[in-house]
Design a protein around this ligand. Structure first.
Ligand SMILES: Nc1ncnc2c1ncn2[C@@H]1O[C@H](COP(=O)(O)OP(=O)(O)OP(=O)(O)O)[C@@H](O)[C@H]1O
Ligand SMILES: [Mg+2]
Length: 242
């Protein structure tokens, strides 16, 4: 078991944004996390990555209890994440943005730069390495978010709508990139609203609603689940009655 999150609760005032969420993950999986707006998916990610401290529950990652650990401690153990709204240092060069991640394991600038260049090559950003990050388009910014996370050399990568806002061609490029990351041995949890992305990438789908898991299983079976259709997908996903 690479990740075991049990009974995670996150309160904002009296509001239970995450309300008893459980998720276990084996090494090598790609899990798709889906659910309606406001279901608590990003808040749950924030808890898993140490960006928010849960009010209750337990997070064990790679044998270590990280429930109350800092984001840096999570990253050091090998857990990286992207943000739903890309966090890009717009005036800094693309390479320097990626070096921010690379410094975690390569404190010396030369080694961090080498790591950043390797990741830029892999993510298809090598040609823009010297350009300011603010000059990148949507796909480029998504790539950059992923590149910075990869530069920390994670064993688990949390992608929060990393493919949202892309057109059909760009989506295919991004899907191939995620497959390439997985092929390098990285375990992934992906939050996505586009079901075709979940169906083509995820081996298992987990459905969040009102802060906890309401269904989990093979993606195709999950999207045909009545409770999931009711809570999230709506009638258009219902099978035609023969
Ligand atoms: N910092 C915060 N303070 C107060 N409420 C918050 C905060 N962050 C999130 N919330 C609320 O918690 C709930 C869950 O939000 P969250 O962003 O985790 O949902 P989500 O499943 O990621 O939704 P989406 O699919 O729209 O990204 C929402 O009602 C949101 O308004
Ligand atoms: Mg979200």
């Amino acid at each position: 078991m690479l990740l075991e999150a049990q009974g995670i609760v996150k309160l904002f005032g009296g509001f239970r944004a995450v309300d008893g969420a459980d998720l276990s993950l084996n090494r090598g999986e790609i899990v798709g996390l889906i659910g309606p707006n406001g279901a608590g998916k990003s808040t749950f990610f924030n808890c898993l990555a140490g960006d928010l401290r849960p009010n209750a529950g337990r997070i064990v990652f790679d044998g270590h209890d990280l429930t109350l650990a800092t984001p840096e401690a999570h990253a050091r153990r090998g857990l990286a994440r992207t943000w739903q709204v890309p966090v890009v240092f717009a005036e800094m060069a693309v390479r320097d943005n990626v070096m921010v991640g690379a410094f975690l394991r390569h404190p010396q600038a030369r080694a961090a730069r080498r790591k950043a260049d390797e990741v830029l090559e892999f993510t298809g950003l090598a040609a823009q390495a010297d350009a300011p990050a603010g000059s990148l388009g949507t796909l480029g910014r998504k790539r950059l978010e992923i590149a910075r996370a990869l530069a920390t050399e994670p064993s688990l990568l949390l992608l929060d709508e990393a493919l949202a806002g892309l057109n059909a061609t760009e989506t295919q490029v991004a899907i191939d990139l995620v497959r390439g990351i997985h092929a390098r041995g990285v375990t992934l949890i992906i939050v996505e609203h586009v079901m075709s992305v979940i169906l083509s990438l995820a081996q298992r789908a987990v459905v969040f609603n009102q802060g906890h898991v309401i269904a989990a299983g093979a993606p195709q079976a999950v999207i045909e689940d009545e409770a999931v259709i009711e809570a999230y997908l709506g009638k258009r996903f219902r099978r035609p009655v023969p």
